[in-house]
Design a protein around this ligand. Sequence first.
Ligand SMILES: Nc1ncnc2c1ncn2[C@@H]1O[C@H](COP(=O)(O)OP(=O)(O)OP(=O)(O)O)[C@@H](O)[C@H]1O
Ligand SMILES: [Mg+2]
Length: 232
Amino acid sequence: MSMPVLEIRGATKAYPGPAGGEPVVVLRGLDLVVAAGEAVAILGPSGSGKSTLLNLAGALDRPTSGAVLLEGRDLASLPDDDLARVRNRSIGFVFQQHHLLPQLTVLENVLLPVLADRAAGLPVDRAMALLDRVGLGPRVGHRPAQLSGGECQRVAVVRALVNTPRLVLADEPTGALDARTAAALGDLLVDLNRAEGVALVTVTHSPALAARMGRRLRLDGGALRPDPDPVT
Ligand SMILES: Nc1ncnc2c1ncn2[C@@H]1O[C@H](COP(=O)(O)OP(=O)(O)OP(=O)(O)O)[C@@H](O)[C@H]1O
Ligand SMILES: [Mg+2]
């Protein structure tokens, strides 16, 4: 097997508790290996640590103990500047809250990850094609306040893909969408996974989206275990 795109070994994460209180231990020796081009669904109840896990996987936060490797590189060995570069070049994020910048247009929001990396040319054609694909072609000049919640979420998904990343981390990417729009977004993620070999790790409460991922894992008690295949 080629080098995993993501490897998490024995990760624990404890948040400081309220002043004087016990720390909140969220992850307890979690292991996760994602092969290049794989698609993995992460399931689990609210508060189980799914967003915490994605933050570690995406180098937005560091584990309390344990190791996170992206394409074989141990993130603990990288200073914060390099971490930001790895993040911009290799990872696409779809956050639970979409985090679009209100003063930028749809197209500008989508191109933001690339603007930070001046060495690369602006993939405007790719951005436009992806926006068309999710039905936002006529909205590229709008600002987030002029869009619905679901439209903002679609913009956030396109933004995560614009850089042709090797790993996309998505936190409930279809949470705010009706069934049909959710299915279209699921199609886009699955198509790009197949066509470009981008690895996907998707937190979702949607059985339909989970069913389309190659592997399903459940986060419970601070660790992951295989989830039984969904009844379809
Ligand atoms: N910065 C923080 N400081 C302290 N506690 C935190 C922090 N971030 C998260 N937590 C706690 O860690 C636990 C896991 O949070 P997390 O956001 O990872 O859950 P989740 O599985 O994504 O939940 P949801 O499905 O509701 O999004 C929660 O109990 C939360 O209160
Ligand atoms: Mg969450």
